[in-house]
Design a protein. Structure first.
Length: 176
């Protein structure tokens, strides 16, 4: 099986980087949830904090790479303007906008992906910063730990919705 350059970057963006971010979320959320003094010893807290610090930072970097590859590599192919009389199936944005039954995929789905998806790395880096800066305090302060978990969940949800829209839009109008 051979992939074209566009197929490779689309797969790297969504299937590799996007999936890696979404999978790393589960480990990070479990790590944050388990930072409770009644669940682990002092030595266990140190070990979990080290893993959580590096894990949240790695997740934030993967999130940023996902959004950057989507914005600057894959999206320009999506929005390419077709020459007069061209087959619109080779130009995803034009193909979606030309069909009223599919135009919402562009007007709502791609708007989400273009703009709202950027919240995911911003929030992921905020979570990583809070874990690095206030790690031991997260063990003692349940409210702070829950606040960090809420930011973490919002980062996940924005990325998850962007990924879902990406998969559905690619199904309707693939980048060939």
């Amino acid at each position: 099986m051979a992939l074209s350059l566009r197929e490779f970057w689309t797969a790297a963006h969504g299937m590799i980087l996007g999936a890696l971010f979404l999978l790393s979320f589960a480990g990070g959320l479990a790590g944050l949830y388990s930072l409770r003094p009644e669940l682990v010893t002092e030595l266990g807290i140190k070990e979990r904090l080290t893993r959580l610090r590096w894990g949240t930072m790695g997740m934030a970097v993967v999130s940023l790479l996902t959004v950057i590859t989507g914005t600057f590599i894959v999206y320009p192919w999506y929005r390419a303007t077709p020459p007069e009389g061209a087959d619109l199936s080779l130009f995803p944005r034009s193909f979606l906008k030309a069909d009223p039954s599919l135009s919402a995929w562009h007007t709502f789905g791609m708007e989400w992906k273009e703009h709202i998806a950027w919240f995911s790395p911003i929030l992921a880096f905020a979570v990583a910063y809070l874990v690095w800066k206030y790690g031991p305090e997260l063990v003692k302060n349940a409210k702070m730990r829950k606040m960090v978990m809420v930011l973490f969940v919002i980062a996940f949800v924005t990325a998850g919705i962007a990924g879902l829209f990406g998969a559905l839009i690619t199904k309707a109008a693939p980048i060939l």
